[in-house]
Design a protein around this ligand. Structure first.
Ligand code: NAP
Length: 863
């Protein structure tokens, strides 16, 4: 079916694909296999995509070639032998040419042809594409396989057009060899492209001047033959190895560490770093510590060890200092793999110009003027990067339903479902589009996953007599939110990187790729397909259907915790004896991160109605006196103690600047209802009376608690109102137990799988209170009188069985005229907020709680 490579362009095809690189070639192969009439367009003169254009000296892949290769055909793999760990551009291009030849792909590819516009025709349910040479083609499905880094950024420097010498753009390098011998050469830009070409250009040029705006972290590639261990693994179990890559975090099989850079001793930190440094691989250096992508302290350990390496190599201390990145966390801009990059700056004819100190004023006819100096050059190389990810997609005038263009829709950042499709643009797919793992992963693995998903999707549509697919607004909004949730728990948004769109003036600052991992992403895509293409509207001769929904609603770090807990196969607490349950919860508490440093921690006792009650006091590091918080721990009235919520209490102490007094109270089954409530009331009374001695401000007492502690805190406020004291300025109820009715919907929807289960809550109630007592407001505060209570902050979590009773309490307080700040923790579970430094996404919620408390505290007291 030779339709495209030569001759007249057909008027109609089933599928049009833009791009003949890794994505487009495999897409064409799969579509042919399905018998779909396909045409591929590419601006270039041949296959290769990024490897066709980026021919600059030193261009290589930065993922080992053992992994940076197709896996869809074992025979292709067996027949192709890579010569190096990181192959050069010519070798990778030769590989892609070999693939094109082997599967006779070129006959369906139109080279030298750019798609300039695409318009959706709803009546015909087809896309109408226009080419740069004025031709038109109509297709049912339109697939952009145009790559993430294929549109070079125009160097945004004054006077670029004025320069009379030779100009080169790394992303559009000439096919003929460029000879720099004897020339004065400038390289502008020190990203991966600059770092790869600088040592080679230095090897030829008479003088090389490198203009650096932001220094980059780089690791020696230690190139050589392909790594023997991987070659052996592939030879013995190719499919097992490839499958491991498909289900890995980054698309290369690797073991994830649980060593934290914060808690590991220095010798271990150095040992792990050195091993990664010697490996010369991006995923190794990005995975020295489990928390380096999310914790600034951990990250800084890696960053500083790299700076030490730079200082050790570069002889001039000032140059070394200028080459050391300091103003963004390691990994948040793409790190580079280099061959003798830093060593190049020891050569006498190589000079570094630090543009942070002396910015470029303009490019002149003869060279470059900085604020301090005029340079003359025979050639300037711009290694200034790309309009990444969205640039190639919006560079085509794509018009969807209702006449909206993709550029308009994405004006404030890309909006996609799974990075595969976007609402309002039916039958339009993007391979490795924004909000998919793409550039954060081994691209070939992500490309194959997308191509397979799209091909399987088209096959199913055809089998079911459907011919139109479009994501729903709900599913799309959910995916965008999930992407943002994933990025927000990392350090990535702190850098002015192309991942953030920050390298292109005027581009919205949005984190572009999906950072949840190749494995998590693949699972989401598979689930969407398995659930009848959840979140997509499907239409065709067979009718219409839509299983609308959001594929990922949990906060990503909470989801990881739940996965981990699930994988441990622990017995449910409610099947344990009470002593075993207590031992288990103490052991769990002992293994968690400690939470932030506070000024002082002191343990003591206070008098309770039936004997002394132990308490732990947390004092802020700032000068007192401070507001006071009487805090009651969670644990279903059965488990826990004055220090069981230690990280949360530290966090509350530091964030709110309050003295936190966490009080133990009597537990069931030894002391059943109403012992816990009576103790809490007595403790709050004592704390209020002793406020000054505790370092607190009299009259500034907040009564707070989490879970069952929230229950006794709420009850304490009711008892204090009825007894005419103590004076309570505000109450903070975190996921509180407020009622004994276990029939609310959240008990069903969230009753299993989110740590606190419906069964466990029943077990707690059974230990705590007789049936006859449960409706008593001293057990179910929702059933009490709520008027006249202190202002409240009530926090409920979306995936908590207790959500609905917490919501009900907040609503009832408001209805009773009590000032309420109700914080609904989206995507969180009952335990999320207490998992300080584990569930990082809880931090913004705790910040919101602090603001809400501040807001209440600044309001005049009602008591
Ligand atoms: P890049 O990482 O965006 O680097 C561009 C460089 O140019 C940066 O140093 C940037 O400085 C500088 N720059 C941009 N505009 C400038 C201006 N007006 N004045 C002065 N300096 C300016 O681009 P890249 O090096 O082409 O790499 C892009 C991505 O392609 C890489 O991150 C990587 O993912 C991929 N790549 C991979 C390989 C490989 O090894 N396989 C090789 C090349 C590229 P600022 O940082 O201050 O903006």
């Amino acid at each position: 079916m030779a339709i495209a490579g030569s001759g007249v362009l057909p008027a109609e095809v089933d599928v049009a694909v833009v791009g003949a690189g890794f994505s487009g070639l495999y897409m064409l192969y799969r579509l042919r296999g399905l018998g779909l009439r396909t045409v591929v367009f590419d601006d270039a003169g041949d296959v290769g995509g990024t490897w066709y254009w980026n021919r600059y000296p030193g261009a290589r892949c930065d993922v080992p070639t053992t992994d940076y290769a197709y896996s869809f055909d074992a025979r292709l793999e067996e027949d192709w032998v890579w010569s190096e760990k990181y192959a050069t551009q010519p070798e990778i291009l030769a590989y892609l040419r070999h693939v094109a030849d082997r599967y006779d792909l070129r006959r369906d590819i139109r080279f030298g042809t750019r798609i300039t516009a695409a318009v959706w025709d709803e009546g015909a349910r087809r896309w109408r594409l226009r080419t740069g040479d004025g031709n038109e083609v109509s297709c049912r499905y339109y697939i952009m396989a145009s790559g993430c880094l294929s549109l070079p950024k125009t160097p945004d420097i004054d006077g670029v057009d004025r320069y009379r010498g030779e100009v080169y753009l790394t992303g559009r390098w000439p096919h003929d060899r460029v000879d720099f011998s004897g020339k004065r050469v400038a390289v502008v830009g020190t990203g991966s492209s600059g770092i790869q070409c600088i040592p080679l250009i230095a090897g030829e040029a008479a003088r090389l001047t490198v203009f650096q705006r932001t220094p980059n972290f780089s690791v020696p590639a230690r190139n050589g033959p392909p790594p023997a261990d991987r070659v052996t693994q592939l030879a013995t179990d190719r499919e097992g190895y490839r499958e491991a890559a498909r289900w890995s975090r980054g698309g290369v099989p690797s073991e994830l560490t649980d060593v934290s850079g914060v808690t590991a001793p220095e010798f271990l930190r150095r040992e792990r770093f050195e091993a990664a440094w010697q490996a010369g691989e991006l995923f190794a250096i990005l995975g020295v510590f489990s928390d380096q992508g999310v914790n600034a302290v951990s990250n800084e350990h890696v960053a500083e060890m790299i700076r030490e390496k730079i200082r050790a190599v570069v002889s001039d201390a000032d140059v070394a200092d200028a080459l050391c990145p300091k103003d963004y966390p390691f990994g948040t801009k793409r790190p580079c793999l280099d061959s003798s990059y830093f060593e190049t700056f020891n050569l006498p004819h190589v000079r570094l110009v630090d543009l942070r100190r002396t910015p470029i004023v303009a490019v002149t006819e003869a060279g470059i003027d900085t604020a301090e100096e005029s340079f003359e050059f025979d050639a300037i190389v711009f290694a200034t990067g790309f309009d990444a990810m969205t640039g190639p997609l919006v560079s085509v005038a794509v018009t969807g339903t209702d006449g909206v263009t993709l550029e308009d829709k994405w004006r404030r950042g890309p909006v996609t479902y799974l990075g595969l499709m976007t609402t309002g643009f039916p039958n339009f797919f993007t391979i490795t589009g924004p909000q998919s793992p793409s550039v954060l992963s081994n691209m070939v693995v992500s490309i194959e996953q997308h191509v397979d998903w799209i091909a399987d999707c088209l096959q199913r549509l055809r089998a079911e007599s459907l011919d139109r697919i479009e994501p729903t607004p709900l599913a799309e909004a959910g995916w965008v939110q999930h992407n943002q949730d994933c990025a927000d728990i990392t350090l990535y948004p702190r850098a002015n990187s192309w991942y953030m769109g920050a390298n292109v003036p005027g581009k919205p600052r949005v984190f572009l790729p999906y950072i949840g991992g190749v494995d998590a992403y693949r699972r989401a895509c598979d689930e969407v397909a398995e659930q009848g293409f959840m979140g997509f509207r499907l239409d065709g001769p067979a009718g219409s259907r839509c299983n609308d929904g959001v594929i990922r609603r949990l906060q990503p770090d909470m989801a990881m915790v739940l996965d981990l807990v699930g994988s441990l196969g622990l017995p449910p607490i409610e099947t344990m004896s009470v002593p075993d349950a207590r031992a288990f919860s103490e052991a769990t508490a002992a293994s968690r991160p400690p939470g932030p440093e506070v000024g002082e921690i002191a343990d003591a006792v206070l008098p309770g109605p039936a004997g002394d009650l132990a308490y732990r006091l947390y004092r802020p590091p700032t000068q007192g006196p401070h507001p006071l918080i009487a805090y009651f721990h969670g644990g279903g009235w059965v488990l826990g103690s004055q220090d069981s919520d230690d990280p949360l209490c530290r966090d509350l102490c530091v964030r709110t600047g309050s003295v936190v007094v966490s009080v133990n109270y009597r537990h069931a089954p030894e002391d059943r209802f109403p012992a816990a409530a009576d103790d809490a009331f007595a403790a709050a009374t004592w704390i209020a009376a002793n406020a000054a001695a505790l370092g607190g401000i009299p009259g500034r007492l907040t009564v707070a608690g989490w879970s069952a502690g929230g229950n006794v805190a709420a009850i304490t406020c009711q008892l204090a109102r009825d007894a005419g004291g103590p004076e309570i300025a505000s109450q903070l109820l975190l996921a509180p137990v407020t009622d004994c009715d276990l029939g609310r919907p959240s008990y069903t929807s969230n009753g299993e799988g989110f740590i606190l289960t419906a069964g466990l809550m029943r077990w707690f109630w059974d230990h705590y209170a007789d049936e006859a007592d449960r409706a008593n407001p001293k057990a179910s505060p929702l059933r009490g009188t709520l008027a006249g209570l202190p202002p409240a902050v009530v926090v409920t979590a979306e995936f908590d069985p207790l959500r609905d009773e917490g919501d009900a309490y907040a609503e009832a307080l408001a209805a009773a005229g009590v000032p309420v700040r109700h914080i609904r923790a989206r995507g969180h579970t009952h335990t999320s907020l207490t998992m300080v430094d584990v569930v990082i996404s809880g931090a913004p919620v705790r910040a919101e709680i602090t603001d809400a408390l501040d807001g209440l505290r600044s309001e005049p007291s009602r008591n």
